[in-house]
Design a protein around this ligand. Structure first.
Ligand SMILES: [Zn+2]
Length: 283
């Protein structure tokens, strides 16, 4: 065996996920469009605004966001940057938002998107470790960053510093999407067959501000309906990757035990395998 690479559910080599912030009323129009195209999104909400019925109502979030298979995640109780407040306030921002969302929606909330300042712009090298410790203590599974668009399309090496591929207003977005969707990963050089992810983020109110909902339609059209892409929320991708990383191997790698509750897919030297929950696969 030379190399083993993760494959997403169904053996798919690519995934697409979306993440939109702040819980604006424009989320409703956005939700209708992306859902029509079969895309999945994580909506990052503020604890302090959950009861503000002039934004999204609780009933709407329950039935039309969670009910359509999208994710609700933590964006801080009052949208305060973790590094511009004392650590104890940072903990409270995270925890108060999480407690509010979980109590309101009756679901476990382990995702987070950094409000205002994400680790790529921290000026002191030890600041990220301090914030990451807080995230871990509050049991946050992943933390989404912003501000460094890229066309690497790789899964994060650190889920607490998860940089999306692109903001929807990036002038190069259509080229990025073409590059991503045209990748035939199974034909890449055998050492480069890593799974790929296209991760789009933004604020839905920006489509109102710029009067460019047609741009969203065009992005969705290009990304949707591909048989080699898994369309998933942020937490679905994070939990699947963590399940893959939980596989247990014999020393020579020929026996693979799956201790998780997921069916896990992977490629070994160009051949696709899956291992069921509780199964030991012999290559
Ligand atoms: Zn925000």
């Amino acid at each position: 065996m030379l190399y083993q690479f993760l494959r997403f559910p169904g053996g798919k080599p690519k995934a697409v996920t979306l993440s939109y912030d702040d819980g604006n009323t424009a989320d409703m129009k956005f939700n209708d469009i992306i859902t029509r195209y079969g895309l999945k999104c994580t909506f990052n909400l503020l604890g302090s605004l959950v009861e503000d019925e002039s934004r999204l109502t609780v009933d709407y979030i329950k039935s039309e966001i969670l009910g359509r298979g999208h994710e609700v995640a933590n964006h801080g109780y009052d949208h305060r940057s973790q590094i511009k407040i004392r650590p104890i306030e940072g903990i409270r921002e995270l925890l108060d938002c999480r407690l509010t969302l979980e109590k309101t929606f009756g679901t476990i909330i382990k995702g987070f998107a950094y409000p205002d300042t994400s680790p790529n712009s921290y000026t002191h090298s030890d600041t990220y470790e301090r914030v990451k410790n807080i995230l871990r203590e509050v049991d946050v599974s992943y933390a989404r960053c912003a501000g460094e668009d890229n066309n690497k399309f790789l899964l994060p090496s650190d889920f607490h510093k998860w940089m999306p591929s692109v903001h929807h207003d990036n002038p190069e977005i259509m080229e990025y999407i073409d590059e991503f969707t045209s990748m035939n990963i199974d034909e890449f050089y055998i050492a480069n067959r890593l799974p790929r992810l296209f991760f789009l983020w933004g604020h839905t109110s920006e489509f109102d501000d710029n009067d460019n909902w047609d741009h969203l339609e065009a992005v969705c059209q290009k990304l949707s309906g591909k048989s080699d892409i898994w369309y998933a929320t942020n937490i679905e991708i994070c939990e699947y990757v963590k399940a893959y990383e939980s596989l247990s191997y014999s020393a020579d790698g020929t026996m693979i035990y799956n201790p998780t509750l997921y069916t896990i897919w992977f490629d070994v030297d160009g051949r696709l395998y899956s291992v069921e929950p509780g199964e030991t696969l012999r290559l």
